[in-house]
Write a protein that binds this ligand. Structure first.
Ligand SMILES: [Zn+2]
Length: 201
């Protein structure tokens, strides 16, 4: 089974890979009003909300180093996604950060025999924050090595910088969210035009 189908089976929303959703959390690259995860619990809540962490998973046994690792992975995913969106080669450091997390996740992954077939079993990764970080790394590895890697975009709003997957037919999507960044840009263009009309410039 290709890794994308595997993630769909795990509940990853179509067109919104977990790795990109995760890369869009926390401090905006530009807008300082967006706050980062203040604690491991904040990250746990986010993972639960996205259905990545299994409900009822124990909230003990992990410390703030898990949060630090997750944030390092997030920055690497953002860096790689941004590089691909701009047709640049991602940095070696970002790729090795991703590799470290992928390798750790693969150690925790299993293959089960189900009847006459073999299936990936990633459920063990869903019961801890560090496991979920591994799932996000596998989601990133799956996306960035797939055909869809050429559809990774960085939002055109220069105060946003979020990553998204452009699944539009003519590959022309510019904004992470039309109702948010798209409208900001539209309003800005409108006011600039009005101002130009008023001043005659
Ligand atoms: Zn945006």
């Amino acid at each position: 089974m290709p890794i994308e189908s595997l993630f769909q089976q795990l509940g990853e929303p179509h067109g919104e890979p977990w790795c990109l959703l995760f890369s869009n959390t926390g401090i905006s690259r530009i807008d300082a009003s967006r706050k980062d995860f203040g604690s491991l619990d904040d990250l746990r809540t986010w993972l639960l909300g996205k259905g990545i962490l299994a409900k009822g998973s124990p909230s003990t046994g992990e410390d703030s180093r898990v949060l630090e690792r997750a944030i390092r992975l997030r920055e690497a995913v953002f860096g790689i996604g941004s590089a691909l969106a701009h047709r640049r080669q991602p940095s070696e450091d970002e790729v090795s950060e991703l590799n470290w997390n992928v390798q750790k996740a693969v150690v925790a992954a299993r293959i089960d025999a189900v009847g006459g077939a073999l299936e990936w079993n990633l459920t063990g990764l869903r019961t801890s924050v560090s496991g979920c970080t591994g799932l996000i790394a596998l989601s990133a590895a799956g996306l960035f090595t797939s055909d869809q890697a050429t559809r990774v975009r960085e939002c055109n709003n220069e105060t946003c910088g979020w990553l998204f997957l452009d699944l539009s037919k003519n590959r022309s999507r510019k904004w992470c969210d039309m109702s948010d960044c798209g409208n900001v840009a539209k309003a800005r263009r409108y006011y600039a035009k009005q101002k130009a009309l008023r001043t005659g410039s």
